[in-house]
Design a binder for this molecule. Structure first.
Ligand code: GCV
Length: 706
């Protein structure tokens, strides 16, 4: 009896050890599945590993290759000098090679026969480059690519590839849906959680090379001595993985922690305070990246409090970090309740400052002119500030995309923006070229993703949130990759390389972004979610502390029609784009459906490209969104048995929530807009099963992330 119990217990333990809880992200390194031929060929090609060097970074390379290869090939690969079929990793200098990898972060992976012996060599100009090469090599194996005859050169197109954590010092994450902050400020600097190292590995594996540790709604305490010790401890962990730490700086810190009377950027004492602070930081963290600043936005202090400009503020900080090689990332997310259109504010405030920023300043611009909506036209700032390096800000955390419970693969959104043409220097002046610096010859370039990471076991709450983190890194490295390629890689590493599984999951992922647009904000609707928490639909909302936080400000529905007229007869925000872009949107008859209500107030009877009236098209799109989620659920159900039960079940439950909420969005929006259109729901669509009043009575005081 006792023996049977023990056996059962150990079986349970084995099961637990192998339970897939998502913690290992895309670095699972499971034995090559379903392909013995491939496994045999990999085992033949790599029989030993040789690592040149013992620095912390080369140790990271060694550990990762050992962990990865031993797991994937399910055999012990010795680390030693051996006669043949060896994987060698080292810098070009250490290996004394003639082959030339590119740049400080690029790598080269080549198969070579030397004196009749077969070698696979991973090399780079720097150790970080070697680490990136090692991760790439493991990715090849994890995604079942051939490795016998390699000649791969790769280097990042964008220089700064950052995560922006909106993490507060009390560990509450603004717009975070995956638990509390992974940074345990209370136990730092003495307690080093293993998770910090796994965070570094995951980021390095996709080329992320910087992390802004704290919320842009910043607390000055992070800049005090004790906290800088904690920041330094994290910097020490992340450094071997090529990741620099950055901090969000509160503009009024000289007053709050420096006890000065002002934070005026042109005041000498204030300048000296920041210079001394920078010196203090760099003594502790010699490779500190720099500061990210949200100023004069949503109540945050900034240079305008003193009648100064964004450039005055940014330049003061830039001057302080310049001697140490630091940079300033100054956000362009500004808007003013007095203005007639929030859309126009960032352009109006920033374009006059082009050419006035110091060399070590980047201006960070959100992808769209409003705020990370399911679909936005690109921000007109891209292409409008030729003398200033502009950094892209995407949002990984799904504040407006179903938060922690909806499966939305964001790569198609990122690609749509990066591939958009600004026409700033004629056709093919894409945003990708603005961002990677090539359009205007900038050496500084950057992409940031607002992190979706928390302390939940699987890091991102929704397992598929991991794919958005992954996609950000991969696109920042190479924005020419397609959403589909990135999805294929991620699925192969995260779930399985079985073609049937890859195809099904890919279909789900690739359909998901358009689905969320359709069931939340089709045809160019935007910002019609609940106030404050931003959870769920509330298109009727009209009581926010500022009009530009109210949905009614954006949809402008009335008896005549719906949409925001941003043409010359309205706010003329369209004027901020180049003529060729304006032309795309200016006429409501030729403007693509996707952006119609972003730029036009059109009648309910307006004839759409489909031949339907606007009202019927709206009903059609909302239904299409719901139907796509049903199809996603159906596809997922078919994967039962192909995916471990833990992750299968988790996603299954979340898809059910997504479906329920897609219906909620559809019903609420159509019932509410019907009060203006006065038109019936087409009979062939599902009819709302509650009244508008029912939905208006729902309240969500504890919705997360606010
Ligand atoms: C960090 C939106 C979000 C805020 C966020 C802000 C920003 O307004 O709702 O939570 O604040 O963007 O990007 O600064």
């Amino acid at each position: 009896m006792r023996k049977t119990l023990l056996l059962l217990l150990s079986l349970c333990l084995v099961h637990l050890l192998h339970a897939e809880d998502g913690y290992n992200l895309w670095l699972r390194y499971k034995r090559i599945d379903n392909n013995n031929l491939l496994l045999t060929s990999y085992r033949k090609t790599i029989t030993a590993i040789q690592i040149k060097g013992h620095s912390p970074t080369m140790e990271a390379v060694r550990k990762e290759l050992e962990l990865g290869l031993n797991g994937l090939l399910d055999t012990h690969i010795p680390t030693k000098d051996t006669t043949t079929n060896t994987l060698i990793a080292g810098t070009r200098e250490a290996l004394n090679l003639e082959d030339k990898p590119t740049g400080p972060e690029g790598f080269l992976i080549i198969s070579k026969v030397i004196n009749g012996k077969h070698y696979t060599i991973i090399t780079a100009n720097t150790e970080t480059g070697v680490l990136y090469g090692a991760f790439h090599f493991l990715r090849l194996i994890q995604t079942h690519q051939p490795i016998e005859n390699l000649h791969i050169t790769s280097s990042p197109r964008v220089k700064l590839r950052l995560l922006n954590h909106w993490d507060n010092l009390n560990r509450y994450v603004e717009r975070g849906y995956a638990g509390i902050s992974i940074w345990n400020w209370h136990t730092l600097p003495d307690y080093i959680d293993d998770r910090y190292i796994d965070y570094a590995r995951a980021n390095a594996s996709i080329g992320i090379n910087g992390a802004v540790l704290n919320n842009v709604n910043a607390n000055a305490t992070i800049l005090t001595g004790p906290y800088l010790q904690k920041v330094a401890a994290l910097a020490n962990i992340l450094r071997p993985y090529g990741i620099k730490v950055y901090l969000s700086a509160r503009f009024s810190a000289p007053m709050e922690i420096g006890h000065l009377k002002t934070a005026d950027p042109l005041n000498d004492t204030v300048r000296q305070w920041w210079q001394a602070k920078a010196k203090e930081i760099y003594q502790l963290i010699p490779d500190f990246g720099g500061f990210l600043v949200k100023a004069n936005s949503e109540g945050q202090p900034g240079p305008q409090n003193y009648g100064r400009t964004h450039a005055d503020g940014a330049n003061m900080l830039a001057e302080a970090v310049a001697p140490f090689g630091g940079i300033i990332i100054w956000r362009a997310f500004v808007y003013d309740p007095q203005a007639n259109d929030r859309f126009k504010q960032a352009y109006n405030e920033f374009t006059p400052l082009d050419g006035k920023f110091r060399k070590n300043v980047l201006v960070q611009v959100k992808n769209g002119p409003i705020d990370f909506q399911p679909r936005e036209p690109f921000s007109p700032l891209f292409g409008a500030m030729p003398q200033t390096p502009l950094m892209m800000e995407f949002q990984l955390t799904q504040e407006y995309l179903g938060q922690g419970t909806h499966l939305v693969y964001e790569a198609p959104l990122f690609k749509e923006v990066l591939d958009a043409d600004t026409y700033a220097k004629g056709p093919n002046s894409t945003i990708a070229k603005v961002i990677d610096g090539s359009l205007y010859d900038h050496t500084l370039s950057g992409i940031a993703g607002v992190s979706n990471i928390g302390n939940e076991r699987n890091w991102t709450g929704h397992l598929f949130g991991q794919a958005n983190w992954y996609a950000l890194g991969r696109l920042a490295w190479d924005h020419t990759l397609s959403s589909e390629q990135i999805a294929t890689e991620w699925i192969g590493q995260t779930f399985s390389n079985d073609p049937a599984v890859v195809t099904s999951i890919k279909q789900i992922m690739l359909a998901s972004r358009e689905a969320v647009v359709n069931y939340m904000t089709p045809l160019g609707l935007h910002h019609i979610m609940g106030n404050g928490h931003h959870y769920g639909p509330a298109p009727w909302s009209n009581k926010a502390p500022r009009p530009d936080w109210d949905p009614i400000y954006y949809h402008k529905a009335d008896a005549k029609g719906i949409g925001f007229d941003r043409t010359a007869t309205g706010t003329n925000a369209l004027q901020q784009y180049q003529p060729a872009v304006r032309q795309l949107y200016a006429d409501s008859n030729t403007c693509s459906d996707q952006y119609l209500l972003w730029f036009h107030h059109v009648s309910w009877q307006h004839k759409m490209h489909s031949g339907r009236t606007l009202w019927n098209e709206l009903c059609h799109k909302y239904q299409e969104g719901v139907d796509t989620v049903s199809a996603m659920q159906h596809k997922w159900e078919q994967l039962k048995g192909y995916i471990d039960p833990e992750r299968f079940h988790q996603v299954q439950m979340l898809l059910a929530i997504q479906h329920k909420e897609a219906i909620w969005w559809r019903n609420v929006c159509l019932l509410y807009f019907q009060t203006f259109s006065g038109m019936p729901f087409p009979a062939n669509y599902e009819q709302p099963d509650h009244t508008l009043e029912y939905y208006q009575q729902q309240h969500f005081p504890y919705a997360p992330g606010n």
